[in-house]
Design a binder for this molecule. Sequence first.
Ligand code: MV4
Length: 444
Amino acid sequence: MVKKVLVANRGEIAVRIIRACREMGIQTVAVYSEADKEALHTQLADEAVCIGPAPAAESYLSMERIISATMITGADAVHPGFGFLSENYRFAQLCETCGIVFIGPRAEVMQKMGQKAEARRTMTEAGVPVVPGSQEVYDAKEAAALAKEIGYPVIIKAALGGGGKGMRVAYGQEEFESCFLTAQKEARASFADNTMYLEHFVEHPKHIEFQILADRYGNVIHLGERDCSIQRNHQKMIEESPCVAISPELRSRMGEAAVKAAKAVSYTGAGTIEFLLEKNGSFYFMEMNTRIQVEHPVTEWVTGLDLIKEQIRIASGLRLPYAQEDIRLKGHAIECRINAENPKQKFRPCPGTITDLYLPGGQGIRIDAAIYSGYTVPPYYDPMIAKLIVHGDTRGEAVAKLRSALGETIIEGIDTNIDYLYEITGNESYRQGNFDIGFIEMLG
Ligand code: MV4
């Protein structure tokens, strides 16, 4: 087992990882920027190293500084969390070169899945359902011809994209060329790469993702799905497991496809396979996320597993102690993301000092956060300050707990989206589980 883990992240996920390590008897090292001297992760770890100024490029995104901190403290492993360096294959490579265990998949797999057109190809060859689409394309005229073959509407995506950057939908050939050029320009600006690919645009799907775990010995299992359809501007807002639209039969078919996808690339660690799911039950592979995700707690609650501990055990070379038949989904879990932002001002981020704080608790209520009364939310990073996760025997019970807990929560001194979340979860379609990826947009 690894002995000392450096946590290359901040906020609630850093705290989450530190807690898992402590429970496993593993030493922890926090890294922090000058803006995070008073942050909870800095205070909770066994050791903390300041790695630079507030801007992420000079601290949490600096491979050199993080590797130096690992060497200096004698940590034998790095957990990247999510965001920052978590999907950077060069960082995984660098860790390997330096003899540090990277808690995640192998660098080659990260690189392969980071190139979405290549991932599509790999999955098609493996027999995983994929939306009709194209290979890599660079030229607008060539792309227009491909779009015509695929059939409108088409979605134009950046090969290194994800999270909606460098993505445009074209509904007909008259607008295709300008959509393509805009998407490609955005891709060049965001990823320094102009490689694009096309897919037929699936209308009104749900965004469903399957959690998988894979050890180094070829054992792969899935832990069911998460419905992440409730999102705004490609930022997820509410996630749940299971998805009400998935029957046990469909779950096992999608789960088998997810396991097949992971096996096709000899995946190791915790990973997520994203699918689009149509109302008629057709599903298509979108991409694979090679990190632990923000929404992992809903899967933890329905399966009873601790995904961070599983990641650490797998990275330490242990075998998965479960077979697929051992995984039983129990009850219903929902997570909502609490952000320091103002929904009445186009969700503008609202950093500042928390002057008064009351967080809810009780049976079936979990808070993953890194805030306290008197804490100042810095302006430099993601506005997510807490996650509220609830669990009930049924979806109805989980929704009731979620709204009860949101109603109790007090965060004073900064603006948050708590009232907005309360409003959405009171919507009749939401309560019936009747929503797709257009839900928030439809609310206006
Ligand atoms: C799609 C799609 C429909 N058809 N691909 C968005 C992020 C990336 N992970 C995949 N995404 C999508 N890919 C095809 N072929 C719909 C989405 C999508 C989406 C698109 C527009 C507006 C909001 C969206 C929310 C989730 C997924």
